[in-house]
Design a protein around this ligand. Sequence first.
Ligand SMILES: Cc1cc2nc3c(=O)[nH]c(=O)nc-3n(C[C@H](O)[C@H](O)[C@H](O)COP(=O)(O)O)c2cc1C
Length: 191
Amino acid sequence: MTHPLVCFAEERERARERGDAWANLCAVATVTAAGEPAVRVLVLREVDDRLGVFVNDTSPKAGEFAHSETVAVLTYLPSLTVQYRLQCAPERMPPETVHAAWQMRPAVPKRMDWLYAVRPQSSPVADRAALLDALEAAPLPEPLVAPETAAGYFLDPVTVERLDLAGDGGVHDRRRYRRAPRGWVETILVP
Ligand SMILES: Cc1cc2nc3c(=O)[nH]c(=O)nc-3n(C[C@H](O)[C@H](O)[C@H](O)COP(=O)(O)O)c2cc1C
């Protein structure tokens, strides 16, 4: 049986070659402190041969990552008509990994990360002009390094579900893979 994560990596690569906008993206769902679902699009990266995402600790989702045993990750690759749903255990990345990756960020997101120290991500702001003024005034260190609040999480899949809409005879092909002590166990699901 093909390793589901190898298959996922290969299909994301194929989607990338086809210019698929979702090849590098996913939606990550968490549960808020109030017990409500929350979902947002994040760039899904491969970091040290593991899946990972970069966030900022001032955003509510960072706390949700830190306090969740698993988060739900979804991506649909339209160029291949394949959906992946993963249940992943989040593990905080070491600061040196985050800080090295942070240096690759474009200028505005870097500045934004420093703004979060005084204006937490996802907090309200009076209007857009106030936001742009605050961004302009954001305290940047010299040399420019990542703030302490720049964070990353490895996402280690415990289950992987692949749904292929191009299954034989028009019947979708849906398989779930569960991580077990001796490898991945495949189960065929009614699509
Ligand atoms: C294409 C795309 C990529 C994004 N990538 C990231 C990302 O890698 N990290 C991140 O924190 N937010 C990213 N965002 C913004 C999030 O979707 C979200 O709006 C923001 O993180 C605030 O979410 P929160 O209120 O749940 O914390 C991205 C949004 C889009 C549309």
